[in-house]
Design a protein. Structure first.
Length: 132
């Protein structure tokens, strides 16, 4: 289909969770940074991190490490390994299955996500993933 025959496509800009600005655009593709925009992985990460530390014998009642969420998995787990004097490879091998399991069972889809993805699909806006 010729894009010029379509109606103008709104581009959604999320400035914060409560404010949505819509502008008209000639572009017909959508790209999102998933975490914090469409999904919330922080609770999954925190549960996986806590379970990982418990599994490795760390008393979670007296945690002393800096925040690892938002640093990236490798960097965050290196920080944990250094803080608690653990083997990095062991921390990663313990954390990753917990993280992946949590993503499959406990992932939170943020409000409005299904609506915008449905709108994009309905209007045949291209994206990199499958919208179900």
């Amino acid at each position: 289909m010729n894009h010029s025959s379509r109606d103008a496509c709104p581009t959604v800009c999320l400035r914060d969770p409560l404010t949505t600005a819509v502008v008209m655009s000639d572009y017909w593709a959508a790209c999102f940074d998933l975490d914090g925009t469409l999904i919330d992985t922080e609770p999954v990460h925190l549960r996986a991190e806590t379970s990982c530390l418990i599994t490795l014998g760390i008393d979670t009642g007296s945690l002393r490490h800096e925040r690892t969420f938002g640093k990236g998995i490798e960097s965050g787990m290196k920080s944990l390994a250094e803080t608690y004097e653990l083997d990095y490879e062991l921390v990663m091998a313990t954390y990753m299955p917990l993280w992946k399991s949590g993503l499959l069972s406990d992932l939170t889809v943020l409000p409005g996500t299904r609506d915008i993805l449905s709108w994009l699909k309905e209007h045949r806006v291209d994206g990199a993933g499958d919208i179900r």
